[in-house]
Design a binder for this molecule. Structure first.
Ligand SMILES: C[S@@+](CC[C@H](N)C(=O)[O-])C[C@H]1O[C@@H](n2cnc3c(N)ncnc32)[C@H](O)[C@@H]1O
Length: 211
């Protein structure tokens, strides 16, 4: 999230951001990265977890010139998200949509690809999709154990291959370096992220531009 957001705010004119599956706030949050470079930037966060809602106050301390909002909503209702986000974002202008470490919670049978197509379909040309999703390609045994542990807690996790993650970017132009382990995505842009350590991380990530 940090590297991709930093790159977009530095290298594109995008000043609107829709982050679905935000999670509990971390430092820096997405709005802090974008608004420190562009105080007028507009950011809408979305999550369906009531615990994230309880922390939303920390997400809402944005710049007075910009907009920082939080929506409690489910990614499986993309039309509802688009409708509500349109109160803060102008979908006639480019938006960076981030779905970071979200889609492994949504199975193909629950419409993962349709959700992404619906959201991306609503974006203006010049918009971007920033996406990462879990894979078992690098550490199959660890990931299998993780999936089992989550299943024991009633949560279904989906691991996807590189091609399957790449399919989320249908119709988009992938920015360099394409779909890679997130550790290998523009590491020179890392500033205050924790050291990634050795070896790949079991998440593929990429950024795609809507032509
Ligand atoms: C692994 S966390 C990722 C958080 C953050 N994007 C990051 O990368 O640090 C996944 C987040 O997605 C949210 N989430 C999972 N399923 C969701 C859904 N169907 N709709 C909205 N949010 C969802 C979870 O509540 C959680 O906060």
């Amino acid at each position: 999230m940090q590297r991709a957001t930093r790159r977009l705010v530095r290298e594109t004119a995008i000043r609107q951001f829709l982050d679905i599956g935000t999670g509990i706030p971390t430092e820096p949050n997405l709005h802090q990265i974008v608004q420190s470079a562009a105080p007028v930037a507009r950011v809408v966060y979305v999550d369906n977890d009531p615990i994230v809602l309880a922390h939303a106050e920390a997400l809402l301390r944005g710049t007075p010139e910009g907009v920082t909002e939080y929506l409690q909503a489910d990614a499986r209702e993309p039309h509802r998200i688009l409708e509500q986000a349109a109160r803060a974002l102008d979908f006639d202008r480019p938006v960076a949509l981030s779905l970071i470490a979200l889609l492994h919670f949504i199975a193909d049978a629950d419409g993962a690809y349709d959700i992404v197509d619906t959201l991306v379909g609503a974006l203006a040309p010049g918009s971007c999709l920033v996406l990462s999703a879990m894979t078992a390609d690098f550490e199959p045994e660890n990931v299998r154990r993780g999936i089992e542990a989550y299943a024991a807690g009633g949560v279904t996790l989906v691991a996807r291959s590189r091609d399957e993650v790449g399919r989320f970017f249908r119709g988009l132009e992938l920015m360099e370096p394409g779909v890679v382990s997130v550790a290998d995505w523009r590491p020179e842009l890392a500033v205050d992220e924790e050291a990634d350590g050795d070896g790949p991380i079991s998440l593929y990530g990429a950024v795609g531009l809507k032509p």
